[in-house]
Every structure is written in C-alpha cells, then in structure tokens.
Design a protein around this ligand. Structure first.
Ligand code: SAM
Ligand code: SF4
Length: 326
C-alpha cells in the first residue's frame, strides 16, 4: 500500500472529517455574529459518501485515525448513525466538539463506537463565555465535560485557545479544572484563521508564557510527545497531564500527518492550504475507488513544506476555521 505521502516523504494517516459547516455557537474568532451563509444540504456530503471516502482511505491508504469535526459535529442530525458506520473501520475514532450537547449525546455516541472526544472551551468565566461564543451556555459545556467523562471517553481533552486581552489570564483556572475533573487541558496558540481577520501576532499567548505561568503554580515534567502536536507535561503528584500546542511559535508542520475532508467534499492538505481537490465531484460523477484514492493521494503529494505564519509570503486562506474543521 503506497499510502498518502507528500513530496517530502511525510506519511499522512490522520483524517479530519467536517460533517457539517453549521454551528450552534458563533465564536468570535471563528464566525461572524450574523450573515453566515450555510451550505445548501445538497452540497454537503451524505453519510454514505463520507463512509465511502473513509473506507477508501483506511483500507487503501493506511489512514489510522479519524476525527469528526465541523462546524459543530453534534448539530448534524443522526450523528450516532455516522459514528456507527465509521466505527467498524480499523481506526481510532474521535470528535472535536464545543461540548454543549454532550450532556444529551455522550452516551449515545460512546455506544455507537466513538473512542475519544476533545471539547473546545476557551474560558471558565460566564460573562466572557457569553462574549466569546455569543451563547450563554457555559454551564451546558461544563455538564457536557462531566457527561463525557461519565460515558467512559478516555482521555477527555479540553482545548483552550488563549488570546491576549480576552482570556490570557486563565492558565491556572484551566489547569485547576483539568486536575479536578480528570481531563487533559491543552492550550492552543491563536492562529490567523479567525473569520473577522482580527488576528495579530501580539494577541497570541505564546508557548513560553503559558509554560512559565503554569510552572509558577504546579510541578510537572515534560514527556515524549510522540506524534501529538502538543508538548505534554505530567504533574509530579500524579494528577494527570496538560499540553501546549504551539502552532504559531513552534509549528509542527514537519510532523503533521493530517488531511481534511470538508463538509462540502473538498480534500485539503493543510489548514492553511489555498487549494483543494473536489472529491464530491468525483463521488457524484461516478468515479471508482481507485480514482478517488488517486485524487486524494495527488493532493497530499502537492503539500507544501509548512504554513509560514509570520513570514512575508504568508497568505490567509479564504475559509474560516468553522469551514475547515480545526
Ligand atoms: N465546533 C467544534 C469545536 O468548537 O470544537 C469543532 C470545530 S472548531 C472550528 C475546531 C477547533 O478550532 C476549536 O477547538 C476551536 O477553538 C479552534 N479554532 C477556531 N478558530 C481558531 C483560531 N483562529 N486559532 C486557533 N484555534 C481555533
Ligand atoms: Fe462553532 Fe467550533 Fe467555530 Fe465555535 S469554534 S463557532 S463552536 S465551529
């Protein structure tokens, strides 16, 4: 099996699937408050189409993990049905969610075969949460985290994007919450993929700063990150671990093994890619499995060396994170 290998010899085994572009939140850094135009349903891949692409890439190209994302994946109707279809493949199946409906869905998703969940939560302060997400749902998300733990997902990870002037002072509250709830908190550097174009380098709360603040309050040791994008730190008192994803200050492009399938059926070889291949057109045009596989492999082959944030030739992609899936 040739696999999905780029021109630098990097093998790609992690598939991110956006199951919808829709969302029940409107996070400031991800979507405009008004005027988001959702894809017409006819343009969104069906469960059968998603399952077919996943099977082709798992069985024909060595994909080993699949992460469901969005938009918000839990707003896609009958999501457990899709999970059940994908769970029969030989993959680690996970999901990234805002967590607001996990209180209702965690057990069903677990029973359908979902292995792991990452929950996005950027603040533990109710007013800030309302500002950031434009929804008063902090309590629901906290209940969603508890429901995910109770349903047996392990580990449960919380992803927090830190932004200067908004939530840069929440490193310690987040770490404390992670230790209390038995979940892994991971801080993510703010990337220039915000819908409003408000990103600037001085709003990024960098890896070094996060680590310094954490070190003033907790004792921990670094551990081997393996293929994880996060630098990992384990508490010396045995109460779990936390991580930092330095996507801006220390890009992990060299070890990135991800490809993305968007809700409208585009395969993208990088979050910051300016281009894509239209897999939906192939699927709906009668292409056979080999042709679909060849198209995805060609897109991976074209992948560039890295995203070049902060360099003069960096170009923001025209899509926002909500359309790309994170
Ligand atoms: N709705 C789901 C959620 O919020 O987890 C899945 C999709 S969301 C686009 C995926 C991830 O992208 C979230 O963790 C979110 O915080 C992150 N994200 C969105 N915009 C970002 C940005 N500009 N920089 C860094 N992370 C971002
Ligand atoms: Fe929705 Fe996730 Fe984007 Fe927030 S980050 S608006 S929850 S897609």
């Amino acid at each position: 099996m040739a696999g999905l290998v780029d021109r630098f010899g990097r093998k790609h085994t992690d598939l991110r699937i956006s199951v919808t572009d829709r969302c029940n939140f409107r996070c400031q850094y991800c979507m405009p408050a008004e005027g988001m135009v959702w894809l017409d349903r006819s343009h969104v891949l069906t469960f059968e189409e998603i399952e077919r692409v996943a099977r082709i890439l798992v069985e024909g190209a060595g994909v080993r993990s699949i992460r469901l994302t969005g938009g918000e994946p839990t707003v896609r109707a009958r999501l457990p049905v899709l999970v059940r279809k994908l769970a029969v493949l030989d993959v680690d199946l996970s999901m990234t969610t805002n967590g607001a409906t996990l209180g209702l869905m965690a057990d069903d998703l677990r029973a359908a075969g979902l292995n792991r969940v990452n929950i996005s939560l950027d603040t533990l302060d109710r007013e800030r949460f309302k500002d950031l997400t434009r929804r008063d749902d902090l309590d629901k998300v906290l209940r969603g985290i508890d429901a995910a733990v109770a349903a047996g997902f392990s580990p449960v990870k919380i992803n927090a994007v830190l932004m200067r002037g908004i939530n840069h002072d929440e490193v310690v509250p987040f770490l404390t919450m992670g230790r209390e709830k038995g979940v892994i908190v991971r801080f993510i550097e703010f990337m220039p993929l915000d819908a409003q174009g408000e990103w600037s380098a001085d709003r990024v709360v960098a890896y070094d700063e996060i680590l310094a603040v954490a070190g003033e309050h907790f004792d921990f040791d670094p551990v081997d990150r393996g293929s994880s994008p996060a630098e990992r730190f384990v508490y010396r008192d045995g109460r779990g671990e936390f991580g930092i994803i330095a996507s801006v200050t220390e890009p992990f492009c060299d070890s990135c093994d991800r490809i993305r399938l968007t809700a409208e059926g585009q395969v993208r070889n990088c979050l910051f890619a300016l281009d894509h291949v239209d897999i939906k057109a192939l699927l709906r045009g009668g292409a056979n499995d080999d042709e679909v596989l060849a198209a995805v492999a060609g897109e991976v082959e074209r992948k560039w060396a890295g995203h070049a944030i902060g360099q003069v030739h960096f170009l923001r992609p025209s899509k926002s994170m909500s359309q790309l899936g994170g």
